[in-house]
Design a protein around this ligand. Structure first.
Ligand SMILES: NC(=O)c1ccc[n+]([C@@H]2O[C@H](COP(=O)([O-])OP(=O)(O)OC[C@H]3O[C@@H](n4cnc5c(N)ncnc54)[C@H](OP(=O)(O)O)[C@@H]3O)[C@@H](O)[C@H]2O)c1
Length: 444
């Protein structure tokens, strides 16, 4: 086969990531070309609104508002999809793959929901699909799971996969301020979107954990089965109390395979022991730990989002596809480490069946017998208390006390049954704060 002299790339989306891709290509073009063996040329750029004022504008001759003209252009070798959303991104990627083009996407929302269809389309179209930027920004977690760790059976992947939440929680811990206050500042500084719902409600982290679980456990993951809780109800008080107990609060995603019979995928604000390396990953950084019997614990840390890191991850994937084209080698269309037809669906483990240690904070009335009314239901449901702390309330609620309980390992269904009894006993000012504690099993 004759080696190609130029790789032509079509860029769909010229927002934060798209502009970063164009900038990095322009800045490091010669180095990038040398590493690939041919220049990579931006051939076309699609945007939604051609009249929009932009910080940088691509050459008008390459600009279009018809992204299908890119995926159907026979002169384009690789399509980069950085427009986001489900449609038309899904249809565009499917069309590009059906046309045999390489596709690189950063679209976690799309892959978490339509991943199986898209992975199958890549295999059917004999077209390479890569998505490193969709999870953990610049952290090379996808190629680590797919490549470097391919000989290992991975049972747990967990970590911090949303930089916005990590930034907010880190600042809450450092400054002792509340969620709303730090969120406003994070928005002003560009660490949080004007509409932060996807980030602070845990949806973005759940998208990433669903993709990681599908990759690590060779199974399709139904996104609807992913349990997610965000950070909007994490209070400065809980952060302080957790610190007194030797923990920091992080939004943690957990993906775990249970004896080849079920898969657990969840995202929750969690208490992390201070001694764990992940506890000191602060600010907008992400950190993902992958453990296995022969590889030990591997913590990958880096910027999980932002223009430079995400564009770098995108262009890293483009380089892999481009080198194959330049070498005249057959495409490597398998996006997951196991071919789609051989992936075995594992059922989702319902949240009630997970086991964890728990942090519980009860805001109680200060009456005789309250302590027994709190602890008896826990004991009756087999939940053993590891430590307990009571604080007298002062000020407005001087009639109350704050009781913090840290449990040993317990089944979520038992905890819920105990909490239902406690909450029915008219001893609480407000609903119980429940957070899971990370450690032991994740750190094995
Ligand atoms: N930002 C990050 O740090 C980051 C990190 C990791 C992954 N990602 C993922 O990367 C993707 C892009 O994110 P972003 O932050 O760059 O988004 P963004 O700033 O909102 O940019 C989106 C771009 O797509 C274009 N677009 C949207 N709909 C279109 C349509 N129907 N036809 C043509 N163009 C269309 C927009 O055009 P206009 O400019 O005309 O509006 C805009 O240029 C998302 O999937 C996101 O989840 C982002």
């Amino acid at each position: 086969m004759i080696a190609k002299r130029e790789i032509r790339v079509g860029l769909i989306g010229f927002g934060v990531v798209g502009r970063g891709v164009a900038r990095l290509l322009a800045t490091n073009g010669p180095l990038y070309a040398a590493r690939i063996g041919a220049p990579v040329t931006l051939a076309k750029v699609a945007v939604r609104d051609l009249t929009k004022l932009r910080p940088v504008t691509p050459d008008p001759s390459m600009l279009t508002d018809d992204p299908f003209s890119i995926v159907n252009d026979p002169t384009i070798d690789i399509v980069i999809e950085v427009m986001g959303g489900e449609e038309p991104a899904r249809s565009l990627i499917l069309a590009a793959l059906a046309n045999g083009k390489g596709v690189v996407t950063a679209n976690k929302a799309l892959l978490a929901i339509h991943g199986e269809e898209i992975y199958a389309a890549a295999e059917a179209g004999n077209a390479p699909l890569r998505f490193e930027a969709a999870v953990g920004g610049v952290i090379p977690i996808v190629r680590t799971l797919n490549g470097a760790f391919a000989a290992n059976k991975i049972d747990t992947v967990y970590g911090i996969v949303n930089g916005t939440c990590n930034y907010i929680l880190s600042r809450m811990a450092e400054e002792g301020l509340g969620f709303e206050e730090i969120l406003k500042d994070a928005q002003a500084l560009g660490y949080a979107e004007a509409d932060p719902t996807f980030d602070v409600e845990g949806i973005d982290a759940a998208h990433k954990m669903a993709i990681l679980a599908a990759l690590a456990f060779e199974t399709p993951v139904d996104f609807n089965s992913v349990h997610m809780e965000g950070i909007t109800r994490v209070s400065a008080l809980d952060i302080r109390t957790a610190a007194q107990l030797g923990y920091v609060i992080k939004l943690i995603g957990v993906a775990r395979r249970h004896n080849d019979t079920a898969v657990e995928v969840r995202v929750t604000p969690s208490l992390v022991p201070e001694w764990m390396p992940i506890a000191s990953v602060n600010g907008a950084l992400n950190a993902i730990e992958v453990s296995g019997p022969d590889i030990g614990d591997n913590l990958l840390v880096g910027p999980g989002a932002g223009q430079g890191p995400t564009a770098s991850a995108v262009l890293g994937d483009v380089a892999v596809i481009a080198r194959t084209i330049v070498d005249g080698a057959p495409p490597t269309p398998r996006p997951m480490n196991v071919p789609v037809a051989l992936r075995r669906p594992l059922p989702a483990l319902p949240l009630e069946k997970i086991e964890s240690r728990y942090y519980l904070r009860f805001d109680t009335y200060d009456r005789p017998g309250v302590m027994a009314q709190l602890t008896r239901p826990l004991g009756d449901h087999g939940i053993s208390i590891a430590s307990m702390m009571q604080k007298e309330k002062v000020g407005k609620r001087a009639d109350g006390a704050s009781v913090v309980v840290v449990t040993h390992w317990a089944m979520e269904s038992d905890l819920r049954a105990a909490l239902a009894e406690i909450e029915g006993a008219d001893i609480l000012h407000c609903p119980t704060v429940v957070m899971r504690i990370i450690g032991d099993e994740e750190d094995e």
